[in-house]
Ligand binder design. Structure first.
Ligand code: SF4
Length: 490
């Protein structure tokens, strides 16, 4: 049984999950390898390619495991930096090193682990230091003369001004002391992981997260806890109250005892499920909607971010608005639609603001869903284009968040505790659906747009992708119009 660096990270996260994945892969519920995760992995490769420029004479290794190990052994006889140097120890540990660099002064190999994040993480989900230690142990056990161990991560203060300055964009932090201090602890953890993987059976009945709220569950939770419904006490409670209920075998929200001491929000969610009927405060909704001023602009942005800043003035991972959809509802009930979709990077924000200025008049409410997102983007656009600060600030002063209605005055058991538009729309306006669209969520949208503008897409597909992106963003604003109409009918 081989234990890779990724396996070890998964072991630290959850030993049961790793066992299932390695020993009974057919029963492992691979969390949908979501586009979001794929984007993170892609970001990681992109960052690695930039960091490699700091080692210009480096040799990039490719091939299968056997070829990688052979090439590594060959290159270890020289003194050139090696990208993807690979080792397998006799105990069954395998690791690919991002960068191994021969230090001509110490005559040892320095290890560099590249992270696409803007900090060194040491939490249970992402322990970058243990990641580095795993590799240093593999190197030590492979009898490589290891010098210093570094983590390379992104300088969050960097702001692009012309070509990317790789010396400013990355921080190289020497963590050799931390590696030495924690090496024995990590060796013990590795040995426990190997012992676990040597077992042919473990109990698959229940897991530790049964006592934790759903935000901490992994994709295997349902496999180990089949008695727990999809929307359960884990979605509402945390801490001791959750533990107490679970200890009494209560996992269905409808079974929560009446006398359990709950916050107002929690008891609202519980009674909603128990009653099974929507709770609608018509007067409050009428009062809220009366604040709206015609023409009403239903407004939605799509954004894209990259660890390597895309445009001048941008920081790493700062979101760039590449698309907007606006449905304008006039007082006479007529509806107009405006949109913008960037087909290149340069000039995107200028063209976007010009579209807004051409289509949004000096009066009327700007209706969004989750106001802090659109307002935040407008503030960033004002910073990039100070000449339009007044216009962007005026837009923000007119913003109305339609989601608020579904947090307080319109609650439905079928929203399952969520007020997102994706949860509300199918219940309130079932005839409108994202399901028939080619692009179904924001992550798909940004990944399609990325392919479109980075030249990863054949020209015959570009028009189709444009159409799909426009349809998706347009549905976001049309959905708000239809939800608003349903609220008015009440
Ligand atoms: S939900 Fe269960 S299987 Fe998943 S991380 Fe928690 S304990 Fe492990």
């Amino acid at each position: 049984m081989i234990l890779t660096k990724t396996d070890f990270k998964e072991y630290l996260l959850c030993n049961k999950c790793l066992w299932l994945k390695k020993k009974k892969p057919e029963e492992y519920t691979a969390g949908e390898f979501s586009l979001f995760l794929q984007k993170l992995i892609k970001d990681g490769y992109e960052v690695e390619a930039y960091v490699q420029k700091l080692f210009p004479s480096g040799v990039f290794l490719t091939g299968d495991k056997k070829a990688l190990i052979e090439k590594t052994n060959e290159l270890l006889k020289g003194d050139k930096p090696i990208f993807q140097a690979s080792f397998e120890t006799k105990d069954g540990l395998f690791a690919k090193m991002d960068i191994l660099d021969f230090n001509k002064e110490t005559k040892k190999w320095d290890l560099y682990e590249v992270k696409a994040s803007s900090e060194i993480k040491t939490d249970i989900k992402h322990n970058h230091v243990k990641d580095l230690i795993f590799q240093s142990i593999v190197l030590e056990d492979s009898e490589v003369d290891l010098g210093d161990s570094y983590i390379v991560y992104i300088n969050r203060k960097y702001r692009r001004d012309g070509d990317i300055d790789i010396n400013e964009l990355f921080i190289l932090e020497n963590l050799s002391d931390e590696v030495s201090e924690q090496k024995e602890l990590v060796r013990d953890e590795i040995s426990e992981a190997l012992k676990l993987l040597a077992k042919d059976e473990i109990s698959l009945d229940g897991c530790e997260c049964l006592n934790k709220s759903n935000g901490q569950h992994c994709d295997c939770f349902a496999k180990f806890n089949s008695q727990v419904p999809e929307y359960s006490v884990h979605n509402i409670l945390v801490g001791n109250k959750l533990k107490m209920l679970v200890a009494d075998g209560i996992v269905d929200i409808k079974d929560i005892p009446e006398d359990l001491d709950l916050t107002d929000i929690q008891s609202g969610k519980v009674s909603l499920q128990k009653v099974g009927e929507p709770l609608i405060d018509r007067d409050a909704i009428a009062q809220t909607l009366s604040e709206l001023v015609f023409p009403i602009y239903f407004f939605d942005y799509e954004t894209y971010s990259s660890p390597i800043p895309l445009l001048d003035g941008y920081k790493p991972n700062q979101q760039l608005v590449f698309q907007v959809s606006i449905h304008k509802l006039n007082e006479d009930g007529s509806l107009e639609h405006f949109e913008y979709l960037a087909d290149k990077l340069e000039g995107t924000t200028r063209e976007l603001i010009d579209t807004l200025k051409a289509n949004i008049g000096p009066t009327g409410s700007i209706v969004v869903w989750y106001e802090s997102f659109e307002k935040g983007k407008n503030e960033e656009l004002a910073e990039l284009h100070p000449e339009d600060r007044g216009f962007m600030e005026d837009l923000n002063s007119r913003v109305f968040d339609l989601m608020k209605v579904f947090k307080a005055d319109y609650l439905h058991p079928d929203f399952k505790g969520s007020a997102s538009i994706k949860a509300v729309l199918p219940v309130i306006v079932p005839e409108l659906s994202y399901k028939t669209l080619e692009v179904q969520n924001g992550t798909m949208a940004l990944s399609e747009w990325e392919k479109m503008i980075k030249g990863d897409m054949k020209s015959e597909n570009i028009e189709n992708t444009r159409k799909n992106l426009l349809e998706y963003c347009s549905l976001d604003t049309l959905a708000m119009v239809e939800i608003y109409n349903k609220l008015k009918e009440l």
